[in-house]
Design a protein around this ligand. Structure first.
Ligand SMILES: C[S@@+](CC[C@H](N)C(=O)[O-])C[C@H]1O[C@@H](n2cnc3c(N)ncnc32)[C@H](O)[C@@H]1O
Length: 230
């Protein structure tokens, strides 16, 4: 991880503790995430489709949690493809491992690592992160490291939460109460990580597309490697 600001390390410890508590029931409770009525599965599908994966492809799921994206990624890459799930929290990865075992998938590897220090394998076809990257203070660096590891034409997609543009601060605090467990909500609202993600993706990727979802409370950002095949 290298040298880190002690405040950032404290946040990491707090985050791991929080997700250790959530892991067991995450698959059920997250159905209501970020709010009842949010079309979570449809948005996940949209994010996976944005990757343009083909059978046999390799995809990294950054901060994969319990592996809720894995069934969709499996469908896209098939048994000849490869999925690498990366997450900071041991208990979330243990759930992901249960899912892998229950489905008999032999093409999934799980890595316990901080996304901020993760050494992306070279020449990956796609990188996905859902509902996680805005929790990582170094999100722009994660985008850049991932973009550097993509194969020619490879793609990066981020699906995450944001505060709607025209929302007053008090309403944002109320509406984003789901974010409260993992960080100070004020810090999250002030830091505006979705803007850092947008700027980094615009800088690092070609064909950048930004779509606001669910009244501006979520976004899907996607782009592809600037390198051309040849
Ligand atoms: C809300 S869950 C989302 C999990 C999964 N991506 C999904 O869509 O269901 C956030 C996940 O991000 C992970 N996480 C948070 N910060 C991280 C970091 N710096 N590096 C790796 N994983 C991190 C947590 O451990 C947790 O599993």
């Amino acid at each position: 991880m290298g040298r880190r600001d002690p405040a950032v390390l404290d946040t990491r410890e707090h985050l791991i503790e929080t997700y250790r508590k959530k892991a067991r029931h995450y698959d059920v409770t997250s159905r209501l995430y970020p709010a009842p009525g949010y079309p979570q599965r449809a948005q996940r599908l949209r994010a996976v489709q944005a990757l343009g994966l083909r059978p046999g492809g390799t995809v990294i799921d950054v901060a994969c949690g319990t592996g809720l994206n894995f069934p969709l990624l499996q469908k896209a890459v098939g048994p000849g493809g490869r999925i690498v799930g990366v997450d900071l929290t041991d208990a979330m990865l243990a759930r992901a491992q249960d899912r892998v075992k229950a489905n008999g998938w032999s093409n999934v590897s799980l890595v316990q690592a901080d996304a901020a220090g993760f050494d992306f394998p070279a020449e990956v076809d796609a990188i996905l992160s859902t509902y996680a990257l805005t929790q990582v203070p170094e999100c722009a660096e994660v985008i850049a490291h991932g973009a550097a590891a993509l194969s020619a034409g490879g793609s990066w997609a981020v699906l995450d939460l944001k505060v709607p543009t025209s929302t007053p601060g008090w309403l944002a605090r109320l509406g984003t109460a789901t974010v409260r467990p993992f960080a100070s909500i004020d810090e999250w609202i002030t830091r505006r990580p979705w803007e850092a993600i947008r700027a980094a993706m615009q800088e690092e990727l070609a064909d950048f597309a930004w779509t606001e979802l669910f009244f501006g409370t979520a976004f899907l950002a996607a782009g592809s490697s600037q390198e051309t095949a040849g």
